[in-house]
Design a protein. Structure first.
Lengths: 341, 343
């Protein structure tokens, strides 16, 4: 029986950085991790040492990991009709251990605004475009989300800001909503196709393993534009104030005559124009104006009532009025008298 | 931003649809649709949102039945001479409504001239007829109109004018100041018919109401004029008196002064006829071309003219004395004294 035979094992880890320095995301894939063993024993009063008596090595595999999140609070951007350069920002962060290009796809869902993609970033009304920024505040570069298009490699621990920039249609109604589902998927190093998982490569080769949430190599973020607008309605009606059969009625100051109903030449009539912002509207109407040109067949006489307009202007048959702010639930009314030709 | 500044960027929208014709002085045609639209704009997202035709309202012009009917003769009176032909009384009818309209004319006359209606316009003395034309003066092309019953004079477009003329043929026997009063009424008829127009209301913004706006607001207007005969009121007087009994046979009957106490129209006596013609002070007109013809009776022989007061000329031929006067005004008298001797 050997006497006092004792193995003395000391393990030493050696790291050889083949590509880049180590990052928080971990060692880069392809790095070979070797582990050799030294054996010594006593014999005959000596200590016998055998360096590197045994060795084991493996290759670091690729961990495909990334996060994709909206930077907008509540996932919603409030916009006004007609507003330009309305941005939804998302951030894509490569949390894997290798630089990876990504494909970004954008789909408008529940698209009440009817936004259409303009890959060139022209900014026309009713369009949206996608831009990439290296960092917040960086220079936006137009990105076409159609099909498979590479963002270019995003280094491990690196990020890209994805901006959806829209010009809201002027016709957009209060409360209208368009949601964007934005997805990111890693691409092969040359950016030509989706990078699938690779397994079974053994210790000596590089496996590629999904480690994103859901471990499926795709992340989805949803963010919405929501329109905040006044809900304006305009109403116009006309009544006969006086048939003025005798020709003696003062259209500008006369009290309405009951029973007056016939629009005969010489009759005094009254148009009522009412502008209202609905109580449930999201925002006031600002710099609200109306314009009304009396048609042929009637001649302007006077403004009988102004209730709520800051300014009224009459030039010939053209009547215009303006109110600086019409809050939800408020109305402005003007009554205009005219005679039938 | 000042509001006035915004006005410049302000879109103007106005819609006009005239389905009828152009406006007339009398007004827009009934049935014309008058539509007007209001546009609004407001500021949003750094731009101006405009809503054209944000609201509109439309009404249809209603039918206004309006006309005037007025006599055209000064003082509402036509002065007519006895026996005068074609004495014309003129009434002016103007369609002041906004649509074509026909009219029925009715005439009621009364008075001591006693003119009677001749629908055919025959022109017999003592009759009158009614004519309608486009000019105030009587013209050959004027159509005779029978005012009995409800008969249209034809349609008058809006703003058109017609003249209704009563043409009278005054009887020669009409006395001075004799008067016939004519009440003439015009009643609106629906165009192209003999149906009296009635008011229609309650048709709403899109229907056509019919409204009377003639002065009486009833679709009927009346005007009154009268004929007044203008004539002298002549009276003649003739007296005879003995100027001189001429018992001595030497009295100058043609020029001698009347002798007081003379009274016996004995043969050889000188007698004087005083003939006077007067036009009454209240007569309406001068007596014109007054001529007196006095044929001296048998038994006397013309001796001379002792006096002529007022006649332009007095002549005698073969025992007939003629006195002439161009005009004898109301209140004036002309007289002549004719002397003759008793055979």
């Amino acid at each position: 029986m050997p006497r006092d035979t004792r193995f003395l094992l000391s393990a030493a880890a050696i790291l050889s950085a083949l590509a880049q320095p180590a990052v928080a995301a971990g060692a880069p894939p392809g790095e070979i991790v070797s582990n050799a063993m030294t054996l010594s024993y006593d014999t005959g009063g000596d200590t016998i040492t055998q360096e590197e008596v045994a060795e084991a090595s493996f290759t670091v595999d690729q961990r495909l990991s990334f996060t994709f999140a909206s930077l907008e609070e509540g996932g919603t951007v409030n916009v006004e009709p007609g507003a330009t350069a309305q941005d939804i920002q998302l951030i894509l962060t490569n949390t894997g251990n290798e630089a990876v290009p990504f494909d970004i796809n954008v789909a408008a869902v529940a698209d009440q605004l009817g936004l259409t993609l303009d890959p060139a970033g022209g900014g026309e009304e009713g369009t949206y475009s996608v831009f990439l920024l290296e960092e917040p505040g960086g220079t936006p570069v137009a990105y076409d989300p159609s099909g498979v298009v590479s963002t270019g490699p995003i280094p491990a621990d690196g990020s890209r800001i994805i901006v959806i920039r829209a010009t809201i249609p002027r016709s957009a109604g209060d409360g209208a909503l368009t949601s964007f589902e934005v997805s990111a998927a890693p691409l092969t190093p040359n950016g030509s196709g989706t990078q699938g998982a690779v397994r079974g490569q053994g210790l000596g080769a590089v496996d590629i393993v999904y480690a994103d949430e859901g471990e499926d190599g795709s992340e989805l973020s949803e963010t919405s534009y929501q329109v905040l607008a006044p809900q304006l309605t305009a109403a116009k009606d006309v009544v006969v104030v006086s048939e003025n059969r005798s020709g003696g009625f003062s259209c500008s100051g006369g009290s309405p005559e009951p029973e007056a109903e016939a629009f005969i030449p010489g009759a005094c009539i009254e148009y009522t124009i009412t502008l209202s912002n609905a109580p449930e509207a999201s925002s006031p109407a600002t710099f609200l104006q109306f314009n009304d040109t009396l048609p042929e067949g009637v001649t302007f006489d006077s403004v009988a009532v102004n209730n709520g307009f800051d300014e009224l202007d009459v030039e010939g048959a053209m009547i215009s009025g303006a109110v600086a702010t019409l809050a939800p639930g408020n109305s402005a009314v003007v009554r205009i008298r005219a005679t039938v030709d | 931003m000042p509001l006035t500044h915004m006005t410049r960027a302000f879109a103007v929208a106005s819609l006009l649809s005239l389905t009828g014709g152009a406006a007339l002085a009398a007004g827009t045609e009934p049935g014309t649709s008058v539509s007007s639209t209001v546009s609004i704009s407001y500021s949003s997202g750094g731009t101006t949102i405009t809503q054209d035709e944000a609201a509109s309202v439309e009404f249809v012009v209603d039918r206004k039945v309006d006309f005037s009917f007025q006599g055209q003769d000064a003082g509402g009176t036509v002065l007519a001479d006895q026996g005068a032909d074609e004495q014309v009384m003129v009434f002016r009818l103007e369609n002041e409504g906004n649509d074509s309209s026909g009219y029925d004319i009715d005439v009621a006359s009364a008075g001591d001239i006693g003119l009677t209606h001749d629908p055919a316009g025959g022109g017999e003395p003592g009759t009158y007829s009614v004519y309608v034309g486009t000019e105030s003066d009587l013209a050959p092309e004027d159509a005779v109109y029978d005012h009995d019953g409800t008969t249209t004079i034809g349609d008058l477009p809006a703003d058109a004018v017609r003249f209704v003329k009563i043409v009278a043929h005054v009887p020669g026997g009409a006395g001075d100041a004799a008067t016939d009063t004519f009440d003439v009424t015009a009643t609106a008829l629906d165009a192209g018919t003999s149906t009296v127009t009635v008011e229609v209301t309650g048709q709403g913004l899109q229907g056509i109401d019919t409204i009377f706006t003639d002065p009486d607001e009833d679709g009927t207007e009346q005007a009154t004029e009268r004929y007044v005969i203008q004539a002298p009121q002549l009276s003649a007087d003739k007296t005879a008196a003995v100027v001189s009994e001429n018992l001595t046979g030497d009295f100058d009957c043609g020029g001698g002064a009347a002798e007081s106490g003379a009274e016996a129209a004995v043969p050889g006596a000188c007698v004087e006829y005083v003939i006077s013609v007067s036009n009454a002070e209240d007569a309406s007109s001068d007596a014109v071309n007054v001529i007196i013809t006095d044929e001296l009776p048998e038994g006397i022989t013309y001796a001379g003219i002792a006096a002529n007061t007022g006649f332009d000329a007095v002549n005698e031929a073969s025992g007939t004395v003629t006195a002439e006067l161009a005009a004898l005004p109301p209140g004036a008298t002309a007289s002549v004294r004719i002397r003759a001797t008793v055979n």
